[in-house]
Design a protein around this ligand. Structure first.
Ligand SMILES: C[S@@+](CC[C@H](N)C(=O)[O-])C[C@H]1O[C@@H](n2cnc3c(N)ncnc32)[C@H](O)[C@@H]1O
Length: 253
């Protein structure tokens, strides 16, 4: 296996399993088809609301300003794009491969009485349906872990940025503080699938979540992969005892 990909002769990682790359998108698609209607509620329950703080920290690091253009990849129900616009960003588009997740985002806005939809586009992070150099900022929050070919997705996110553009990745990390690990393992491998079964009707989807976090590269390896994709000034910030990291990098040329 090379440093920069989860692919090998046995296929790609889907949680703790190896699956054929051709199967991966369908399996991930089934996870998010199944949980889309309860996705936002589950995020609040499983993180105790912390995902809001993590996302808010990400958007604060963008420092949105008028005229700034954001592409939020694997944007799901649109939290990052909505927060970016609410904090003064110029334009945002949510790109996600899953139509049910995008629809859940539209429904949530309507339920809140917001009639103006967020601009959305359905597409794969590994082949973004977005033109070159059209964004000042490109984000991916809790999305990269679900992509079979990270190098392809990273290259695409670099492609859509203008030179000088900012890339930020918010993602769960396997590098949790040792002190937290027993509680974190108990929560993610036992409580979470039960909660997922009760609330979203799909315990397997939340077992996949726990497994995919453990199968994801540690912060330094991910930083190296981001560098290999051609980004510069790669840094990362640990949040909540290492449960989550924000990687930040720039398209330097
Ligand atoms: C855990 S959700 C994160 C959603 C949102 N960014 C958030 O932070 O709440 C992961 C999202 O990644 C999307 N996704 C998975 N694989 C993808 C791919 N190859 N291309 C684009 N989106 C993908 C899923 O459909 C899902 O909406």
């Amino acid at each position: 296996m090379s440093l920069s990909t989860d692919r090998d002769d046995d296929g790609v990682a889907f949680g703790f399993r190896r699956v054929a790359e051709s199967e991966h998108g369908g399996l991930v698609g089934r996870v998010f088809d199944s949980v889309a209607g309860r996705y936002d509620l589950m995020n609040d329950l499983m993180s105790g609301g912390l995902h809001r703080l993590w996302k808010s920290t990400l958007v604060a690091r963008i420092a949105p300003r008028p005229g700034m253009r954001l592409v939020d990849v694997a944007g799901g129900t649109g939290d990052i794009a909505a927060a970016f616009l609410a904090r003064g960003g110029g334009e945002a588009i949510v790109c996600d491969v899953n139509e049910k997740m995008l629809q859940a985002g539209l429904d949530r806005r309507l339920d809140r009485g917001i009639l103006e939809p967020l601009p959305q586009i359905c597409g794969d992070a590994q082949a973004l349906p977005v033109r070159d150099s059209c964004a000042d900022v490109c984000t991916i929050a809790f999305g990269l872990r679900n992509v079979a070919r990270r190098p392809a997705a990273l290259a695409e996110m670099r492609r859509v940025l203008v030179p000088g553009g900012h890339f930020l990745c918010l993602e769960f990390s396997p590098a949790v503080l040792p002190l937290l690990r027993p509680f974190y393992d108990a929560w993610s491998f036992h409580a979470l699938p039960r909660l997922g079964g009760l609330i979203a009707g799909d315990s397997d989807a939340y077992r996949y979540l726990a497994e995919s976090i453990r199968a994801f590269p540690g912060p330094d390896q991910l930083a190296a992969e981001i560098g290999e994709a051609g980004f510069g000034n790669v840094t990362h910030l640990s949040l909540s005892g290492g449960i989550v990291r924000i990687h930040s990098a720039w398209r330097v040329d």
